[in-house]
Structure formats: C-alpha cells, structure tokens
Design a binder for this molecule. Structure first.
Ligand code: KIV
Length: 273
C-alpha cells in the first residue's frame, strides 16, 4: 500500500515531521529540481522534497554548489511546486544569500516563499549564521538547519571527507544542533559524519534529524535524486545506495534512437500522419 493510500494524500507539514519523529516513523526526503521529477517523487509518497543547491552540480554542471544564484533556486523551486501535492517542499538558501547579514537572509527567504510558494528554507551552518536563522524564523518562515559537511564551505574545508571525527568538531556540532533547535528550526540535515555522533544528536533533540551519510540512527534520510538513480555516474561515496541505473538505461535509449534515425527505421508508417 502506498503512503498516499495510508494517509489519504494529506499534506505533509513541518508539524507532521515532528510528529513522525515522536512516533518513531522514519522520514523520507529526496531532492528535485524540475516539475516532472517532483511529480513522480510526490506520487511515490515521499514525505519531503528538497530543492537543493546540489542543482548547481547535477543540473548546471558546476564543480561546487557556490555558483548557483537565488534567482536560479527560485526557478527550480517554482517548477517543483507545480508538481507537488503532498510532500513538504524545502528550498536551499544559496551561497551568498544569507551569510553575515541577517537582513539579507530574511529578504532572500521571503523571495523564495513569495515567488515559489515553497513551505520552508534550508540554511547551512550553526553559531555563525544563527542571527540569520532567528530573523527568518521571526517572519514565520520554517527553517531546516544543515550541519556536518556543509558543501557551501568547501573552500574552508578543502575536502568532501567525513566531518566531525575529532572531538572538538563533534562537540561543536552537538552544540550547534541544540542552538538550532532552541532557535526554533523544525529539523536539521546532518551530512557525512560518524553514525554514532549523528545518532547521539537525534536522541538528544526533539526535532527530526535527517541524515545523508550519517548512518541509520537518525530520524530520516535524504539523497540527491541524480545520485540514487545512477544518472550522476561519477559519484559513488560509501553512503550512496543506487536504486536504479538510469544513466545506462538512458544512454541505451539514446543510442537506439540514433541508430533508428540513421537507418531510417524511425519514424515508420504508423508513426506518421
Ligand atoms: O543540496 C542538496 O542536495 C543538499 C543535500 C545533500 C542534503 O543539501
């Protein structure tokens, strides 16, 4: 039975995600950047959809998430919203739209909410960006935190390796998670940290912890759609499970089409007017 049949397609809200944690029901989340994929993901019964700034990598072909702009994030978010009826839609605030200036952070979040009609924003970091988080929350905009590996800070970290293996960084992550919960965030993504640490944070906090490369002891999981479908073939970290190999299926289809066109097999007499 699909999730839609179970809950009659009832809209997922930030409140419902917290209730899911309370009753021990795991939360499913996946990225989407366009109407057609978002519609399929929603119809499959996903709880939440992230319009991630990973669009910078998998849609635009950039090496990092830094180049994507607020206008581009809004374009993707608008497209996704048109395909979604049930899932909660969360949109990443892109690099440069919230750091160091809480007024600008609020203005960016308001543009996302007003122009895309999405339901929440996600923001990377802890104590460093807490003023931005508080100001956005003060306008009634739900905020999802993001700790651990925060790809917008790749130039500071220098690598995409596992974060918070050392005690000092682990302690800061725990403190940041509490800070975000106390500020009023409804959930936190924790990326690529030791499973034990992520499980500890999930057990200490009342808001859901959504993991990516953070083990099974958290309240839910998020993956990047192109990675789990095998469309982004060059990326295979240990935490990634591939649910399909669409890259190969797509390439085969493209090759068959090319052959059919070259051999004049397409279109045939029943495929014309
Ligand atoms: O942008 C994104 O896709 C993300 C996920 C990796 C959590 O932030």
């Amino acid at each position: 039975m699909s999730t839609n049949t179970i809950d009659n397609g009832r809209k997922v809200t930030t409140r419902r995600l917290i209730e899911m944690k309370q009753r021990g029901e795991k939360i499913s989340m996946l990225t989407a950047y366009d109407y057609s994929s978002a519609k399929l993901i929603d119809e499959a019964g996903m709880d939440a959809i992230l319009v991630g700034d990973s669009a910078s990598n998998v849609m635009a072909g950039n090496v990092t998430t830094l180049p994507i702009t607020l206008d581009q994030m809004i374009y993707h978010a608008k497209s996704v919203m048109k395909g979604v009826k049930r899932a909660l839609v969360v949109v990443d605030l892109p690099f440069g739209s919230y750091q160091g200036n809480s007024k600008e952070a609020l203005a960016s979040a308001i543009r996302i909410m007003k122009e895309s009609h999405a339901e929440a924003v996600k923001i990377e970091g802890g104590a460093e960006i807490i003023q931005s988080v508080e100001r956005i929350l003060s306008a009634g905009i739900p905020v999802m935190g993001h700790l651990g590996l925060t790809p917008q800070s790749i130039n500071k970290f220098g690598t995409y390796n596992v974060r918070a293996r050392e005690e000092e960084e682990a302690k800061k992550l725990i403190a940041d998670a509490h800070l975000l919960e106390d500020a009023g965030c409804f959930a936190i993504v924790i990326e690529k940290v030791p499973a034990e640490l992520a499980a500890r944070v999930a057990s200490e906090l009342t808001i859901p912890i959504i993991g990516i490369g953070a083990g099974g002891g958290v309240d839910g999981q998020v993956l990047v759609m192109h990675d789990m479908l095998g469309i982004n073939q060059g990326f295979s970290p240990r935490f990634l499970r591939r649910y399909a190999n669409l890259g190969d299926i797509m390439k085969d289809a493209f090759k068959n089409y090319i052959n059919d066109v070259k051999n004049s097999d397409f279109p045939n007499s029943s495929e014309q007017y």
